[in-house]
Design a protein around this ligand. Sequence first.
Ligand SMILES: Cc1cc2nc3c(=O)[nH]c(=O)nc-3n(C[C@H](O)[C@H](O)[C@H](O)COP(=O)(O)OP(=O)(O)OC[C@H]3O[C@@H](n4cnc5c(N)ncnc54)[C@H](O)[C@@H]3O)c2cc1C
Ligand SMILES: NC(=O)c1ccc[n+]([C@@H]2O[C@H](COP(=O)([O-])OP(=O)(O)OC[C@H]3O[C@@H](n4cnc5c(N)ncnc54)[C@H](O)[C@@H]3O)[C@@H](O)[C@H]2O)c1
Length: 472
Amino acid sequence: MESIKTDLLVIGAGSGGLSVAAGAVQMGASVVLLEGHKMGGDCLNYGCVPSKALLAAGQAAHAMQAGAAMGVTPVAPDVDFAAAKDHVQAVIDTIKPVDSQERFEELGVRVIREYGAFTGPQTVQAGAHEITARRIVIATGSSPFVPPVPGLEDVPSFTNETIFDLRERPEHLLIIGGGPIGMEMAQAHRRLGCKVTVIEGQKALGRDDPEMAAIVLDRLRAGGIVIEESATAEKVSGSNGNIEVVATDGRVFKGSHLLVAVGRKANTDRLNLDAAGIESSKAGIKVDARLRSTNPKVYAIGDAAGGMQFTHVAGYHAGLIIREVLFGLPAKAKTVHIPRATYTSPELAQVGLTEVEAHRKYGVKLEVARFDYHHNDRAIATGHVTGAIKVMVVGGKPVGATIVGHQAGELIALWSLAIANGLKMSAVANMVAPYPTFAEINKRAAGAYFSPRLFDNAWVKRVVRAVQRWLP
Ligand SMILES: Cc1cc2nc3c(=O)[nH]c(=O)nc-3n(C[C@H](O)[C@H](O)[C@H](O)COP(=O)(O)OP(=O)(O)OC[C@H]3O[C@@H](n4cnc5c(N)ncnc54)[C@H](O)[C@@H]3O)c2cc1C
Ligand SMILES: NC(=O)c1ccc[n+]([C@@H]2O[C@H](COP(=O)([O-])OP(=O)(O)OC[C@H]3O[C@@H](n4cnc5c(N)ncnc54)[C@H](O)[C@@H]3O)[C@@H](O)[C@H]2O)c1
C-alpha cells in the first residue's frame, strides 16, 4: 500500500472534479485525482456531449425535409443510424483530450484510476493507495435511477449509459420519463427515423413553465412523437424487439426498444461515507451553503451534492471550492442565476424564477414582460417564428426569465448575467443588439417592460408637449 499526503484530494474526474483539479494545481496546490471509470464523467461520455451530437444528427436529417417554404424541395433523408453513432463518438473523441489523464498529469495532478472509499475523516483508499488530504472534494456525480417497476430487470432496456452504443436503428423506441433526457432523446430518435412513444407519469417537461413547455410539446407531437402523460409505468414485459409497458391506468404501449429516463441517483454507494462522518440522503450528500459536508474538511459538488444537476453547476461549484479551499474565503453557492436549457427544437431555457414561482414569492409586485418570436425579423427570415420570452420583474430588476424558441439556450445567458449582478431592466434596454439577430429578442423584452411606462403615461406626454413648446 502506497501512502500519499496531499493538499487536495478530488474524487471523480467528471465536469466538477476536473475543474477543481485543474484550477487548484495551476494555483500551486498539490492535487490527487481519483477516477474509477472514464475520465470526463457523465457529461463527456454518456450525457451532454453525445446527446447534443445525436440531436445535431437528427437536425441534419430534419433540415432535408423542412425547406419547402423556402423553395427547397424536401427529400426523405437516407439515415445511416450506425454512421450517426460514429458522429457521436467522433464528437466525444474530439473533446476527450481536454479531459484526459495525460493532460491532467502534464498539469501536475497525480491521477489514480481507481474508485475511492473513505477509511477515516481525511483518508481515502483507492486500490493500492491510501491518500490523506488536508481537504477532500467529492465529485462522484450521479447514475441513472432505474425504478423498481416489475419486469424491468428481465427486459432488455437502455439508459443514457448504454443508448449511445446502440448501432441498429430502433423501429419503435419507448421512453419511460418525459424529463429533459426523455424529450431530447425522443426528438433525436424521431428525426433519425424511429417511431417514438414517451410514457410520462405526470406532465412532460413538468418542471418548466407550463405555457412555454406546451409550445415544445406541441412541436414534438407535430413531428410525430407520441407523448402520453399521466401514464406511470407499472409493469414491463417482453423481449428484444417486442416490448410492452403497462401504465397504472391500464394503458398498454408496445415498441421494439425501451429507454428508461426517470431521473438520477447520486453516486455515493462506493464511498463508505460513514467512515468519514459524512451524511447523505436519497438526493445526495448533505452540504451547507458553502458546499461543506457534515465533515467540515470534506466538500461535495456537482450531481453528488444533489441540487441542480448540470455541467455548468458542477463547474460553478468548482470555482467556489477553489476560492474556499485555496484561499480560505468562504463562498456561498447560489442558485438564482443558474440557467438550464433543454436542447429540443425549439429549445426551452430558464433562469431564476418561473412565472408561477415568482408570483408565489412576490404576489402583486411581480410584472411579466413578454415578447414573441414572430415579431423578430431574424426569426421571420429563417422560419423560426415559434417561441416567446417572459421576463419576471420585481422593482425594475429581473428575478427570472423563460425562453422557448430557436437558440433559447444561447439567449438565456444574458439574463443569468443580469440576475447574477443585480442589473436592472434598464441595463438590458440600454444594450444595442446587432440587427437582425435573435439577440434583439432580449432587448425587446426589456422594451416591453418599459413601453407602457413611456407610451401609456400621461405625465410623459405632458412633459414632451411642454419641452416641444420651449425647444427653439
Ligand atoms: C443524457 C444526459 C444529458 C445531459 N445533458 C446536459 C446538458 O446538455 N447540459 C448540462 O449542463 N448538463 C447535462 N447533463 C447533466 C450533466 O451530465 C451532469 O450534471 C454532469 O456530468 C455532472 O458532473 P459531475 O462532475 O458532478 O459528475 P460526473 O460527470 O458524473 O462525474 C463523476 C465521476 O466520478 C466518478 N466516480 C464515481 N464514484 C467514484 C469513486 N468512488 N471514486 C472515483 N471516481 C468515482 C465517475 O466514474 C464519474 O466519472 C446531462 C446528463 C445526461 C444523463
Ligand atoms: N439539457 C440539459 O441540460 C439536460 C439534458 C438531460 C438531462 N439533464 C439533467 O439530467 C437530469 C435527469 O434527467 P431525467 O430526464 O432523467 O429526469 P427528470 O427527473 O427531469 O425527469 C424524469 C421524468 O420521469 C417521470 N417518471 C418517473 N417515474 C416514472 C414512471 N414509473 N413512469 C413514467 N414516468 C415516470 C417523472 O414524472 C419525470 O417527469 C435532469 O434533471 C438534468 O439535471 C440535463
